[in-house]
Design a protein around this ligand. Structure first.
Ligand code: BG6
Length: 515
């Protein structure tokens, strides 16, 4: 039995206004692609509507393979923004103001001549009042990042004497350790590290940033945030979505590279890192890298024991039948790509020795939810005679990243009555109740930071390489191990049954998804 006690905010605090971006010209590579429509334009549009971007000196120059002119680009972006839930300030008037700032030129990024055309176009915009600060946003498949970086280097666009030049690189940053190292080398020949913004949109989420505030803005939790008090940590990123129209991409990528290599490892590092000396880019990223370096490198046998792969078969989600992964468009009918992964990570350092971090992520699961559960150890003795050991549940702190963003804490309380009986209760803090209003979406926060020159919430070069140092051996070992029998979980379930063996131990279990 569990009783819920609401934790009320001590005062209601309005969300403060966002800071202003530097004037700049944003050049988007891959502007005819999905991410530009779904995330980048809605985020930039909203930033413009709330006054974070100066109307006078802000322009977007999109480029892509698709042949279209500026008017067609504006129409396509309007269509996308008008139906996007992220373009929260959409109105005809707001859009009419914003679209004056949108421009497009088609081009082939593998053609050296294209960068001269681009340079000419940027100079032309500047002569008409565009800013001489340049933010290059690479929103293309990972394999196209190297030619873009080379093109920017050779054309001289990466060096800017009249203002700044920064580059934002979308995930995945390479596809293994070797390609990530090669890409880092390539980028750093052309840009300085402080001008390179490797984006992981999880770091732009308010609740992900709040992990650091919860841990280091309170004196209550940090003293118990270690192996002496914590039994295990469970991190889940579950999605009801399937691979939708991204079958071809997903076939190449899989859940390990798509989610664990970046978003989930970010959650692990923020949960496990030591306190930084200050909240600035170098201090925070240094501590995150230390965690990645301490994650135990597993042998092939350990990988067989401590990882579970899954792939969804047909099932039901929200009362509707959905196809299995192998029936999705652009997916091979005998595909062995994983759509679910569970991994047990161990962190070899003083704070975390012996504390397993169970991490799982999957598509087409029962509910969409991302959360971190900190499971504390049991009390050393059960002293309440009317309560058997099993009645007193160990304390759990749940950091709800999404949806229903907030933090819950479970503990034992005396059940009213003549007997000393302990029952579990829960204190629940809900972001929406405490702060109301609309928090910025992740891409708004990150784009604004990139335009202001703050890389704290972006991934440093050595951080991405250390992420692959953990992930690549798992990919390699999976190639050597017998392939699992796919599909091994039904769409709409909690994932493959086999993942239970990973966590099964005294009083340890995965939390049911969405309950
Ligand atoms: C992306 C992955 O990086 O993150 C997608 O490529 C995934 O497969 C998405 O669906 C999840 O992001 P969010 O913000 O919806 O949790």
């Amino acid at each position: 039995m569990s009783t819920v006690v609401q934790a009320s905010p001590t005062r209601s605090v309005a969300i403060p206004p966002m800071p202003k971006a530097d004037p700049c010209l944003v050049v988007i590579f891959g502007a005819s692609g999905d991410l530009t429509k779904r995330k980048l334009i809605p985020a930039l549009f909203d930033l413009a509507c709330i006054g974070c971007i100066s109307g006078q000196q802000f322009d977007i120059l999109g480029t892509g393979r698709t042949e279209m002119n500026t008017d067609e680009f504006r129409a396509a972006m309007r269509e996308a923004a008008s139906t996007s839930k992220d373009a929260r300030k959409f109105s005809d008037w707001n859009w009419a103001e914003f679209e004056k700032r949108l421009h497009y030129i088609p081009g082939d990024i593998n053609d050296h001549g294209f960068y001269e055309t681009l340079k000419g176009q940027m100079a032309d915009l500047e002569s008409k009042g565009a800013s001489s600060n340049h933010l290059f946003y690479v929103s293309t498949p990972a394999s196209l990042a190297p030619p873009i970086v080379q093109g920017l280097g050779k054309s001289g666009l990466s060096k800017n004497e009249k203002g700044w030049a920064r580059i934002v690189l979308e995930k995945p940053f390479g596809r293994d350790l070797q390609t990530a190292q090669a890409l880092n080398k390539e980028v750093l020949q052309v840009f300085n590290e402080q001008d390179v913004y490797r984006i992981d949109h999880y770091l732009g989420k308010e609740t992900v940033q709040n992990i650091l505030v919860f841990r280091f803005g309170n004196s209550l939790f940090e003293p118990i945030w270690n192996r002496n008090y914590i039994d295990y940590i469970e991190i889940t990123a579950a999605e009801t979505l399937g691979v939708e129209q991204r079958g071809a991409f997903y076939e190449e990528t899989g859940a390990l590279r798509d989610m664990i290599a970046n978003h989930l490892l970010q959650l692990v590092t923020l949960t496990a890192m030591e306190p930084p000396v200050a909240f600035d880019a170098d201090s925070v990223r240094e501590q995150k890298v230390q965690v990645l370096r301490a994650i135990h490198h597993m042998s092939v046998d350990q990988i067989a024991e401590r990882t579970v792969r899954g792939q969804y078969g047909p099932g039901t989600i929200g009362g509707k039948p959905v196809p299995g992964y192998r029936e999705e468009p652009n997916v091979k009918p005998d595909s062995h790509t994983e759509t679910y992964v569970a991994v047990e990570f161990r962190i070899d350092n003083w704070r975390w020795a012996g504390v397993p971090f169970y991490v799982r992520s999957g598509k087409r699961l029962a509910k969409s939810e991302t959360e971190i559960k900190i499971h504390f150890k049991r009390t050393p003795q059960a002293i309440f005679s009317k309560t058997s050991d099993d009645d007193i549940e160990p304390n759990v702190i749940t950091l709800r990243v999404q949806p229903n963003e907030g933090i819950a804490m479970s503990f034992a309380a005396k059940q009213p009555g003549a007997q000393m009986k302990a029952v579990p209760v829960k204190m629940d803090f809900c972001y929406q109740d405490a702060f109301g209003g609309e928090a910025p979406v992740a891409y708004e926060t990150l784009l604004l930071d990139a335009m202001r020159g703050d890389p704290t919430l972006f991934t440093r070069g050595d951080e991405t390489e250390n992420q692959w140092r953990i992930i690549t051996p798992i990919e390699d070992a999976w190639q050597q191990l017998p392939p699992p029998k796919f599909p091994n979980y039904d769409a709409g379930s909690d994932g493959p049954e086999e993942s239970d063996r990973l966590i099964a131990g005294e009083c340890r279990h995965w939390s049911p998804i969405g309950k």
